[in-house]
Write a protein that binds this ligand. Sequence first.
Ligand code: NAP
Ligand code: GLV
Length: 313
Amino acid sequence: MKILFYMPHADAAAWLHDFARALPEADLREWQPGDTAPADFAVVWRPPREMLAGRDDLRAIFNLGAGVDAILALEHEQPGTLPRNAQLIRLEDTGMGSQMAEYVTHAVLRYLRRFDEYHTLQNERCWHVLDPHPRETFTVGVLGLGVLGAQVAQTVAGFGMPVRGYSRSARQIDGIATFAGDAQFDAFLDGVKVLVNLLPHTPDTRDVLNARTFAKLARGAYLINVARGGHLVEADLLEALASGQLAAATLDVFREEPLPPDHPFWQEPRITITPHISALTLREDSVEQVARKIEALMRGDSVSGVVNLERGY
Ligand code: NAP
Ligand code: GLV
């Protein structure tokens, strides 16, 4: 079978080498502009429209990440871009769950133990003991209880804080208070001290981190956004920090990436910035998962991780 590969800024030779080992019978090539030769599968991250448009020979498109918003945006901007019969399949975990759990746990514990404030005090050469945050009211709310959100919620709960989770359909997870659907959104937010966002970016979730959402949280709450920049209304975050409704935020994703040098977030000491690294795509795990799914599809079996195009995730 013929497989097209496209992943900007990646070591394409290394990926193709690993795919060749995992699928010795495959005919693999890196897509180059102008390549319209037949292919059965595409393995991509943020592909250009030209790569996918009109490729009705494709059986499946494998997205080399969990979020498929960039691919679906191509279809949204120009309907008919995505091949008619190809399934869109995203990565499921592939080592991202544990990375995300580490990142979010680190940020939650940093705020719980007030290390962010001790760092400021150190810069002022100030020896001062702050009152600890009471753990029993340091409620962590995780938006999204999918592959990544569920792991994050369970890991954080292991540190003894109350943890809530929010999803579209009802979920049950040991030790987590779960809420589902629009009707339970406000109850989920009520009194949350740390809001963690792990929702997919869809028309339903765009701008969900806004002034109304922040107002429902506990006074002096914290925000951790590790999903997509399009979830956050940036001006509302700056206002919530200025008013004291939010105490601080850790942001891994931004509306514009890389974050432009003149962006006001760089100047706000209560915002911690990382360059979209909370959960990286790991080559070995990803090649293994995609290769096994390609084999399954070749046998005529169904696979998990197929994106529902109507829902957008
Ligand atoms: P997933 O398994 O598809 O889980 C998505 C969760 O969000 C599900 O629980 C889903 O509810 C819930 N959800 C979706 N739409 C909703 C809505 N309108 N209202 C309430 N809940 C809604 O996705 P995942 O693998 O956990 O990944 C989540 C996101 O993380 C990705 O889409 C990506 O944007 C982001 N991500 C970021 C990085 C990074 O490095 N920063 C890395 C990987 C992923 P149901 O359970 O009812 O379906
Ligand atoms: C990264 O952002 C991903 O969606 O995997």
